[in-house]
Design a protein around this ligand. Structure first.
Ligand code: SF4
Length: 293
């Protein structure tokens, strides 16, 4: 029984996130940030052409980047390191699709606040326990590995009252991965119809958000947004388990409004160690809430 001494030696490995920040999670490559820079248009155009998913575009000669399309291949950083850089962290999910485009516009900020308020009202009943139905709409399998990791001893989402269920009739949250294959559309609709209200939809990974590398084609709808109303978008290719956990907490309004969506172009938190003051005071049950910042 080698696992007994190993367990005793390692101690408790389960993360305390979101009660406290997790330094392990902060090490993940999360997104590309655009650095303030005197942009060289010739190189910037080369980067636009090199991006395999058209995530980068030039707007009045300024680059902008859609994290909902970025597969984190690193080509932009390789070609133009002065302007593009990987940033670490994981709290990059957003309740607003426009917020994934960086630098974000002011109007998406105010729109985001409204969206989150509406979402918080809708999911009031789900704060202590949420059941997730996962549906694969044509994923390459990478997203599923990360989703499965949520139940391992490190992330252990059950400690937060988050459970996976096989039946849509027991589910509150629909977690969708994959590019949105045409053949799965009716299954998605039937699953969503079978879920009781309030129901939330989370698009997990750039495939579900935009179709990723495959995009739109004869067999792919280029993500799920055209088929269902998505409440929370979790970028990443694949998203990390911490990224998914953050998205689930955001979808169930367990992240304080002032803290959620902090990676919106201006890297206000990403890449920097968070201070205790950045966090809400844990409630007695260990959850964070907007009412108790
Ligand atoms: S890292 Fe993202 S933005 Fe950069 S080239 Fe790759 S897909 Fe495009």
């Amino acid at each position: 029984m080698p696992w007994i001494p190993r367990g005793l030696r390692n101690g408790i490995v389960t993360s305390r996130y979101p009660q406290t920040q997790d330094s392990y999670g902060e090490n993940f490559r999360a997104a590309i940030v655009i650095r303030p820079h005197q942009y060289d248009l010739t190189i910037a155009k080369k980067v636009v052409d090199a991006c395999p998913t058209n995530a980068i575009s030039l707007n009045e000669n300024m680059p902008s980047l859609d994290r909902g399309r970025c597969i984190l291949c690193g080509r932009c950083e390789e070609l133009y390191p002065d302007a593009f850089q990987f940033d670490s962290g994981f709290e990059i999910a957003s309740a607003n699709r426009g917020q994934l485009i960086v630098p974000s516009l002011e109007e998406t900020d105010s729109l985001l606040a409204d969206t989150k308020k509406e979402l918080a009202q809708r999911v009031k009943a789900l704060k202590r326990s949420v059941h997730i139905r996962h549906i694969d709409m044509g994923s390459d399998g990478a997203d599923e590995w990360e989703v499965a990791a949520l139940t391992n001893p490190v992330y252990d989402v059950q400690r937060l009252g988050v459970y996976f269920t096989a039946s849509p009739r027991h589910a509150d949250l629909l977690l969708v991965t994959g590019v949105g294959t045409v053949g799965m559309v009716s299954s998605l609709e039937k699953t969503l119809d079978s879920m009781p209200d309030p129901k939330i939809v989370v698009a997990a990974g750039v495939d579900a958000i935009s179709g990723g590398l495959i995009g739109r084609g004869y067999a792919s709808n280029g993500g799920i947004s055209k088929m269902v109303k998505v409440d929370v978008f979790v970028p990443g290719s694949p998203p990390t388990p911490f990224g998914l956990l953050y998205g689930i907490l955001l979808a169930t309004a367990r992240i304080p409004i002032w803290r959620a969506g902090t990676c919106s172009g201006a890297p206000r938190i990403m890449g920097k160690p968070l201070k205790q003051a950045d966090f809400g005071r844990p409630r007695d049950d260990g959850y964070l809430s907007e009412e108790n910042p």
